[in-house]
Design a protein around this ligand. Structure first.
Ligand code: 5RP
Length: 225
């Protein structure tokens, strides 16, 4: 295993060990870091813990099935704890997510979770969001309209994810990856973007969603305070 994988494994395992207890319903994220939280949850189920999980993507759902983790539908249920990776974590704990295209379901699960735990490697920590392009999920019918609207309203450089065929999310939607430069107020930008007809969700997570941030440092897993 590479050193990068070792770090992701350490932080994914730590999140489950610190925040998940038998009897809980756990929201499980998507991506190469969340992968290790799923692996650890699978180990806990195999050892006898009574866990159920809500998956944030088809890929996570498939891995949960492989690891024997009982799945329950999202159905707006309250989730005890959700664990997920991020593409950027700002100093105020707002996030950019959606590098893997699962932003809509990830945000739904984070919103429904009593505790939302973010797991990252140190290069994801930034002062302000924006170096990583903001993913915006868009209904395919409106994609050209939204692309032009974002470019003209914000002067952003907008790139449609995927080529031919375009990338489609698990919800059948397109993704626009938007370069806004440094983002001063992620919650306000999220609201403005969602006001454009055709936008389903954005990868900007306001900091009030985040309850804990665990970072895989070379000498161990550090919890931000
Ligand atoms: C998927 C996500 C991921 O959590 C994010 O892209 C981080 O992924 P990784 O842990 O592989 O770097 O938001 O939509």
């Amino acid at each position: 295993m590479s050193a990068a994988d070792d770090s992701k494994r350490a932080v994914g395992f730590a999140a489950v060990d610190r925040y998940v207890r038998s009897g809980m319903c756990v929201g499980l994220g998507t991506g190469t870091t969340a992968h290790w939280a799923i692996e650890r949850a699978g180990e806990r189920v195999a050892a006898g813990d009574a866990l159920t999980a809500v998956a944030t993507s088809h890929a996570t759902e498939a891995l949960c099935r492989e690891r024997g983790i009982p799945l329950v539908p999202f159905a707006g249920r309250e989730i005890d704890v959700a664990i997920d990776g991020a593409d950027e974590v700002a100093g105020d704990w707002s996030l950019t997510k959606g590098g893997g295209g699962a932003l809509f379901r990830e945000k739904a699960v984070a919103l429904a979770a009593r505790t939302f735990v973010v797991i990252v490697t140190p290069e994801k920590l930034v002062k302000r969001l924006g170096a990583f392009r903001t993913p915006v999920e868009v209904v395919p019918f409106a994609v050209e309209y939204v692309e032009r609207a974002i470019a003209s309203a914000f002067g952003a450089q907008v790139v449609r994810r995927g080529g031919d065929p375009p990338f489609l999310t698990d919800n059948g939607n397109a993704i626009l990856d938007c370069a806004f430069g440094a983002i001063g107020d992620p919650a306000a930008l999220d609201g403005e973007l969602r006001g454009i007809h055709g936008v389903v969700a954005t990868g900007l997570f306001s900091n009030d969603l985040t309850d804990a941030v665990l970072v895989a440092e070379p000498d161990g897993v550090r919890e931000l305070t």
